[in-house]
Design a protein around this ligand. Structure first.
Ligand code: PEP
Length: 255
């Protein structure tokens, strides 16, 4: 089945509100052409402090707003945390959970991913659930076991209708911010395995779930990666900070 490609820029801990607004202005100038007027779905994930400014700047551009993280509780004494309702209030339509930097640097677990994804869905925000193996795990031939565990545990208990709302992002940890990209064949192999697991979890709805690839996606490799049958878009870190590169990646998603 034809799935609309979905490209999301993860700005990580970059850009003040003013800098983020300036980047959105540059993106707005070229996104309609790059995404062929909506043929490709496009989103950006600024830091929390820039969400409101970016939401305002995005109005009328067709670009959607994503958050980089969320806390699963609705409210309470959780210093520094942001709830799904707060993200909805800031106009987020997507939320990234389980990014490898959160897993590695901030102790995010599969159980945390599950609770965060459920909280987002409860606030009508579509989760982008990241999974990926480390270099040591790939070298030990454990890639499918690791991403399989992450996706099964992270999506545990979701109904087919809830699965339909979300995106899975396969991001091999060894490819994130390293300049090393998975080959198109390596990406396709893992994406096909992930879709098989999605089918076990949700049945036919698996054919509607987008699976993005992330890990040093650049204008030079985007089109080849996204031409694979199970690669339905990209989660882009470094290259999403430059409008020209990000728009070229969006163009790479066109068939
Ligand atoms: C990411 O962090 O989601 C990512 C894919 O980063 P980069 O594109 O910089 O490798």
């Amino acid at each position: 089945m034809a799935r609309r490609k979905f490209v999301c820029g993860n700005w990580k801990m970059h850009k003040t509100a003013a800098e983020a607004t300036a980047l959105v202005k540059e993106l707005a100038a070229g996104v309609a052409e790059a995404a062929r007027a909506g043929e490709v779905q496009v989103a950006v994930a600024p830091p929390f402090t820039a969400l409101h400014a970016v939401a305002t700047a995005l109005a009328g551009t067709g670009i959607e707003l994503a958050a980089q993280d969320v806390h699963w509780e609705a409210q309470g004494a959780f210093t520094g945390a942001i709830s799904a309702a707060m993200l909805a209030d800031a106009c987020c339509t997507h939320g990234i959970v389980g990014h490898s930097e959160r897993r590695q640097l901030f102790g995010e677990t599969d159980e945390g991913v599950r609770r965060k994804a459920a909280a987002l869905l409860g606030a009508k925000i579509r989760p982008i659930v990241c999974v990926g193996e480390t270099l040591a795990e790939r070298e030990a031939d454990r890639t499918l076991e690791v991403v399989g565990r992450q996706v099964r545990q992270g999506l545990q208990g979701l109904s087919p209708e809830q699965l339909r709302q979300l995106t899975v992002a396969y991001e091999p940890v060894w490819a994130i911010g390293t300049g090393r990209t998975a080959t198109a064949a390596q990406a396709q192999e893992v994406h096909a395995a992930l879709r098989k697991i999605l089918r076990e979890l949700g049945g036919p709805v698996a054919d509607e779930v987008r699976i993005q690839y992330g890990g040093s996606v650049k204008p030079e490799n985007a089109a080849e990666l996204m031409s694979q049958p199970d690669v339905d878009g990209a989660l882009v870190g470094g290259a999403s900070l430059k409008a020209k590169d990000f728009l070229a990646i969006v163009k790479g998603a066109l068939r």
